[in-house]
Design a protein around this ligand. Structure first.
Ligand code: A2P
Length: 338
């Protein structure tokens, strides 16, 4: 089997750390692993298969001889360096929103639209969707295929790890401070996140929605390759460390019962149905954390309309929502294209 030189850009971050772990766990055929971050990380080493790998400072020459670049160092780093990497022959799998809506860049969830990867040749870049979008489309695609989803209404309950390591620390620090009757420091989020819910993720746009909400709307249509699916979203940051939860309501063209949805999703790729109200069994963020599957439960018919279903969808935002999805894309890339 061939092996590949892989670069991880943003290797010291929450998603970068997980990318390294997922490459190792899935035995991705890595010939040489290059870890890249800012000059702040000089001297840092991260273990890969039991050996310490030094973190190097990202620069324009970092991609010579690389075949695959996993990027998760923020949109501005991707905007600048992804085209440089692609020009050097390194296929970029980008976890930021920088290229997601670019017409020539495929936006891929391997369980949903692996065929889109073929478009990578145009720019040498493949975009990894937003974490909240990924888990939603993994659960909804099998339903869309049989009953055609006309409209999606989603509200999210998103973990702080999606904002990166500084946000994980902010929730821990604020929680500790409040339990000790001390004042909280607010730095990463616009308001206190501990013991609170913030109905703002990313910046507000002219239409009154946040950028995160519009990512869910636009990315879902692109991944389903179906502009006719109506999507409306409210995205909320909650004081959870790992695991995004989502309340999802769908309206379908064809009638589908809750039982049929349960059957359809049982055995669907990347999905695990956890739905036994009698046993108080439903998806929980603390159970999804560290897992690969997207958990789906609370499946029930929406009695307010003829063809509606409600469900609760939970996944590890750092794994399926970011690192795992990126590595799965890389697996299809080397299997079918490189
Ligand atoms: P560093 O640790 O050197 O700052 P998180 O999302 O958890 O905050 O992590 C962000 C990741 O992106 C880190 O690995 C961080 O490296 C990296 N990063 C941020 N800005 C840059 C930059 N200008 N050049 C290279 N890496 C960067």
């Amino acid at each position: 089997m061939s092996s590949y030189n892989v670069a991880v850009v943003g290797a010291t971050g929450a998603v970068g750390n997980e990318m390294i772990k997922v490459l190792e766990e899935r035995n991705f055929p890595v010939r040489e692993l290059t870890l890249l971050a800012s000059e702040r990380s000089l001297g840092v080493e991260i273990d890969f298969h039991g050996k310490p790998v030094p973190v190097k400072v990202l620069n324009e020459d970092s991609f010579a001889g690389m075949q695959i670049g996993l990027f998760s160092a923020g949109g501005s780093v991707s905007e600048r360096y992804a085209p440089i990497a692609a020009a050097a022959g390194c296929v970029v799998i980008d976890n930021t929103s920088a290229f997601r809506m670019a017409p020539d860049v495929p936006l891929v969830v391997p369980e949903v639209n692996p065929e889109a990867i073929a478009q990578y040749r145009k720019q040498g870049i493949i975009a990894n969707p937003n974490c909240s979008t990924i888990q939603m489309v993994v659960a909804l695609k099998p339903i869309h295929d049989v009953a055609r989803i006309k409209r999606i209404v989603v509200s999210t309950y998103q973990a702080v790890s999606g904002t990166g390591k500084k946000a994980i620390k902010e929730l821990a620090d604020q929680t500790r401070a409040l339990m000790n009757f001390q004042e909280v420091q607010v730095q990463v989020y616009p308001h206190q996140i501990a013991f609170n819910c913030l109905p703002q993720i990313d910046v507000f746009l002219d239409n009154g929605y946040t950028k995160e909400e519009m990512k869910m709307v636009n990315e879902t249509k692109k991944i389903f390759n179906d502009q006719s699916v109506a999507v409306t979203a409210t995205t909320v940051r909650v004081p959870v460390f790992y695991g995004h939860s989502e309340s999802v309501n769908i309206e379908t063209e064809k009638k589908i019962t809750a039982d049929e949805v349960r059957k359809l999703l049982t055995g669907a790729p990347g999905v695990r149905v956890v739905d036994n109200p009698a046993e108080k069994a439903y998806p929980l963020a603390i159970n999804a954390a560290g897992q690969d599957d997207t958990l789906v439960g609370r499946i029930r018919e929406d009695e307010s309309i003829p063809n509606g279903i409600n469900m609760w969808i939970v996944a590890d935002n750092i794994r399926k929502g970011a690192a795992l999805n990126a590595v799965q894309i890389a697996e299809v890339l080397i299997r079918d294209y490189l």
